[in-house]
Ligand binder design. Structure first.
Ligand code: ZN
Ligand code: ZN
Ligand code: ZN
Length: 353
């Protein structure tokens, strides 16, 4: 057997004037590490308990066995107890052992450090082993990170030895992982759907904004009948604005609508006009056709307005509010006039060029 005295231990002895080491840590390889019971007890409550237990033979030096991990990992552990640092190469080689030691001997700072260190070194090869260890050592952050990694690289992970071993020995964990992957996919799907919906509400809100601006000052090819067309300069939301302009042109010229038949594009325009009216907060001075009429109608049938429509209005309003936070407000209209009175007149409000 070989006795070693930790460099850090002797350094601390020299600096702080500590007494000679009074305990020996016994490691798996038979290696002994000399240390100071006061230091160990100060950092680890578990070691404190061991140290404070009464000894049978007072004469001999205390011997504390830390077995089951490589002796160099134990050295790194004791070193950490002395100087609270862990070198990158120690973390690289013994991160998992240090995680276990920090858990068993209750050294939370080291556990945190290991959780970070180990999670930075996750690979498809080791992720299942780390996952199991994270569960045993009650390290939820690391556990979650491993789960996410397994989910993200499942095709590769399920080919590894670690996965196959776990499948044979811990079917519950396999079930837990598969459940997580399933939920993760559902979560992602929900997020995608939510994003898609938000996008749609934002588009509708942009559509309303463009409709308002077309009705107020005109844009490229469509404008109010009583406003002189300016030079056709596209606005900053031109891709949406152009779509609204096409819709207005269609609405004005649609033969099916003129004949009293529904047409999907006309319905779209109709919906945009109604939606505008639902979010418009100045119907008396508004230049968008049918704004007041829709407002009046919806006030009359307040109770019969269906929940779906209300929800749509709410979502579009909030999308509008969100987008207005990031965009400069358009100038309010100057000359205000009443809008036309009947649905047929709606299309006549516009000048098409
Ligand atoms: Zn425009
Ligand atoms: Zn039509
Ligand atoms: Zn309005």
């Amino acid at each position: 057997m070989e006795d070693i005295l930790l460099n850090s231990a002797s350094a601390v002895t020299a600096v702080a004037g500590l007494p000679e080491p009074d305990v020996q840590i016994l490691t798996s390889g038979g290696l002994r590490i000399a240390a100071h019971s006061r230091i160990l007890a100060m950092v680890s409550p578990v070691l404190e308990n061991i140290i404070e237990k009464p000894v049978k033979h007072r004469s001999s030096e205390r011997l504390i066995p830390i077995l089951g991990v490589p002796c160099d990992a134990v050295s790194a552990f004791i070193e950490y107890l002395y100087n609270s640092t862990c070198k990158a190469d120690q973390m690289e080689k013994y991160g998992l052992h240090l995680l276990v030691l920090s858990h068993v001997y209750m050294v939370p700072q080291l556990k945190q450090r290991c959780t970070r260190g180990v999670s930075e070194r996750l690979t498809a090869e080791n992720v299942v082993d780390v996952l199991q260890l994270a569960r045993l050592c009650d390290a939820p952050d690391l556990y979650l990170k491993c789960m996410k990694q397994v989910a993200a690289r499942f095709k590769t992970v399920e080919q590894t030895e670690g996965w196959k071993f776990m499948q044979d020995h811990d079917p519950w964990l396999e079930l837990e992982i598969l459940k997580f992957i399933n939920e993760d996919e559902l979560r992602k799907k929900r997020t995608r759907r939510h994003r898609k919906e938000q996008n749609m509400y934002l588009q509708l809100s942009d559509g309303i904004e463009c409709l308002e601006h077309i009705c107020r000052e005109g844009c490229t090819t469509v404008g109010p009948y009583d406003v002189e067309p300016k030079k056709p300069i596209p606005c900053d939301k031109y891709s949406t604005c152009h779509g609204v302009q096409m819709l207005i042109k269609h609405f004005a010229l649609c033969k099916r609508r003129a004949n009293g038949f529904g047409c999907s594009r006309c319905k779209q325009m109709w919906q945009l006009l109604r939606l505008h009216s639902s979010v418009c907060d100045h119907p008396d001075s508004c230049r968008v056709p049918l704004c007041r009429q829709f407002k009046f109608k919806s006030q009359q049938q307040k109770l019969s307005d269906d929940a779906k429509w209300k929800m749509l209005v709410k979502k579009v309003s909030s999308a509008k509010a969100m987008s207005s936070l990031s965009l400069p407000k358009r100038k309010r209209e100057e000359a205000l006039r009443g809008t036309t009175g009947s649905t047929a007149q709606a299309s006549k409000t516009f000048r098409l060029f």
